[in-house]
Design a protein around this ligand. Structure first.
Ligand code: MF3
Ligand code: CO
Length: 249
């Protein structure tokens, strides 16, 4: 069963989403050569506290930090640490919070200083693939339409879509039904209804879609070491259409 939220639920989630977008904007301003990923985590901890919300990631299945920071060939779930960002890197920051019993989830990929054309196009494609997917999150469409939209957009630009990680429903839990693949599967697909809230999150690679998880048990990297980008928004479906909750305005 896919949980259906009331407008009261969605209103509460909108407030948490605004906070999360503000936190992301603060972090994005810090991204520069020489910064360690642990410093980003530390800053996040302070912001989370100052906004009076809670980290959804810390302690989740034993996850040790407030954000996932994935650099270059790291796809998702990079653990913050002593690694320093360098000019030319791309870095994705993924944050989840809980606010008054509701979860919000968001990710963005940023350039560190000047980056090469391949990385720039990868970031642009991942961001636009998310925007296109949000447009087909409409009452009467099927879940599969979201998956198809991402896959078609990304593959038409010569990039690949990660299979091993997917988007998800979100609300009273960080991960709710349904799973939202960024590629077309053969399973039959539910019709989208008002009150569904989804974390839509394309993860796309410059080379192969294949990934592996490192010895730390978390960090997923591309098998061919080519770079990867990730964007995520928490989006509510209303009768009027999709509403992106993880936005400042
Ligand atoms: N944003 C990711 C997701 O939606 C990260 C969760 S894993 C965690 O699944 F352990 F870092 F929390
Ligand atoms: Co997510």
């Amino acid at each position: 069963m896919i949980p259906i939220k009331t407008c009261h639920d969605i209103d509460k989630m909108r407030k948490g989403g605004r906070v999360l977008a503000k936190i992301m904007a603060e972090l994005s301003g810090m991204v520069s050569p020489g910064l360690t990923t642990a410093e980003l985590d530390c800053k996040t901890e302070g912001l989370i506290r100052s906004f009076g919300v809670r980290s959804a990631f810390q302690g989740y299945r034993g996850y040790p930090a407030h954000i996932c920071v994935s650099v270059n060939e790291e796809v998702v779930h990079g653990i913050p640490g002593p690694r320093r960002l360098r000019e030319g890197d791309i870095v994705s920051i993924d944050i989840g919070i809980e606010n008054s019993g509701y979860f919000l989830d968001m990710a963005e990929t940023f350039p560190v200083g000047r980056i090469d054309t391949k990385r720039r196009k990868l970031i642009e494609t991942a961001k636009a693939a998310l925007e296109e997917a949000i447009k087909v999150f409409r009452v009467g469409n099927r879940l599969l339409d979201i998956s198809r939209s991402v896959q078609a957009y990304v593959e038409a630009r010569g990039f690949s879509v990660v299979r091993d990680f997917v988007g998800h429903g979100i609300g009273r839990e960080l991960h709710e039904e349904p799973q939202i693949p960024n590629y077309v599967t053969k399973e039959d697909s539910p019709v989208l209804q008002a009150g569904m809230v989804f974390a839509i999150e394309p993860m796309i690679n410059a080379g192969t879609w294949e990934v592996k998880v490192l010895q730390d048990g978390w960090t997923a990297v591309t098998k061919d070491k080519e770079p990867s980008a990730h964007f995520e928004h928490t989006v509510a479906l209303t009768k009027e259409g999709p509403v992106v909750l993880t936005r400042e305005e």
